[in-house]
Design a protein around this ligand. Sequence first.
Ligand code: SF4
Ligand code: SF4
Length: 316
Amino acid sequence: MKRVSLGNTGLSIFPLIYGTLPLGSLQADLSPQEGGRLIRYALEKGVNCIDTATMYGTYSHIREALRGWGGEVVIATKTHTADPAAAREHVELALKELGRERLEIVHIHGARVADPFTERAAVLEELLKMKEEGKIGHVGLSSHYVEAFRKAAAHPEIEVVHPLINKIGLGIIDGTAAEMAEAIAGCAGAGQGVYAMKAFAGGNLISEARESLAYVAALEGVHGIAIGMLSQKEIDANVSYFQHGVLDEAVWDELEKRRRRLKIMEQFCKGCGKCLDICGSKALSLVNGKAVVDESACVLCGYCGSGCPEFFIRVI
Ligand code: SF4
Ligand code: SF4
């Protein structure tokens, strides 16, 4: 299978990374067995890098997928906390739940953090300490901010970056797609591994999936793209694209017809506003005491669902 070098990390990955966010309770809420079967199927097809996060709730799915798996695998997870002690707990939890002694990549999960090097300095220090202890292979940064990656290029302790990019720039908090593309090239030029997220803008660009994928895949410095996949058909179509550059038009015609949306159970919403604080895209507001989404700003990440104490929000 095709492999690409992830910057200077020494890791070789298939350029399609399995994004596990849609499998967990924030989105499709598949059982560990169902989700695990899909991930395992992708591993058998040649995918060797899995992207997850503390808040995705998909460690049990990954553990299922890896049961009895003897092949190579690179696991990238993320910690969203500002507290170094909690970051350590997140890493320990991932190691325990995944049954591993070392995580290849742990990102500062900085979607809404404008300057991770000041706002998450203590977490970065803690992650670097855990790298010295052998529990982390490489420290990374995921973000929706262009500025975060402009800064990251000058921080060699960050070895992998996970930027949000899509052809319309939806979800980028402080700039355009062109500006993010420039920042990405800067990171890659500095030797950092780059794998992108939200190439389909969380589903908003699904009707232009082929074009959207081609845009991100052609960007200078992008080594891989994380894509959330919920069926074997999607896995096959994506593997074929990344392995051979082949697009089965009939399959992609069908895939481009899928529609996703954010569902807020309005009748139950208590109007507490907690979900508004979570949304980095500022797509939520309270109208007449109920949470309401601006679909033109929403990237369908599903993070707001983690902020709702009553689970009244989900991407469907
Ligand atoms: S409204 Fe929710 S799903 Fe949409 S961008 Fe905000 S956090 Fe993500
Ligand atoms: S967090 Fe839940 S209950 Fe509170 S406003 Fe948002 S959807 Fe409504």
